[in-house]
Design a protein around this ligand. Sequence first.
Ligand SMILES: [Fe+2]
Length: 203
Amino acid sequence: MKLWHRTNIDISDCYLPGLDMKEYLLSENTMQKHNTMFMEGSGGIWNIPAVEIFNDKFLGYMHDIAKTPISIVNCFMRWPHYQHPSAHYDCYEYEGEVIQHGGGLNWCWEPDNADMVWYKPSADADITTEKRRNIEMNVSVDIDDTLIELDRCNVGQTPTLVNTSEFHSVEMNDRMRIVLSLRFEWVVPWDQHLEVFKDYIVD
Ligand SMILES: [Fe+2]
């Protein structure tokens, strides 16, 4: 079961001049405006408008590819060796309806050596559903040896379509990991991501 695909989307000149993601994410202003979760030494989650990260040329290029603007850039930071105890799948509420959001276009800010890992829970696994905010649900399961590993991928610095509707987590290594995950609000199921980006998938 392949749950990720490398693309040849060009990110060689995508950022605003002088951007340092780590400094930007941890700045007081960004923390106040866009951070949704932060634990020093473990990890953080930010929802960032694309215009605060990318230059106009790249925004136009992505718009041409996806035929829709980037809705949000989810940024995830994890400290070396931090192992989150659970896996989750991405679930959001659109117009009153809760749906699994099937994919993101991900890459890491710097070279990293962690793996994104996908799991299938056993039939009797204890799956927790928690409503975190109005627009976001969290469906999670503890990572233990009853989970079956479905796939894994070191995303690295290649823009990679990743399936977010199966349970997933990150197996950290000894480097900090800052990942950018581009979300396209009207591209929802995984199959639709594959269709929209089909001319750019290389593996
Ligand atoms: Fe996720």
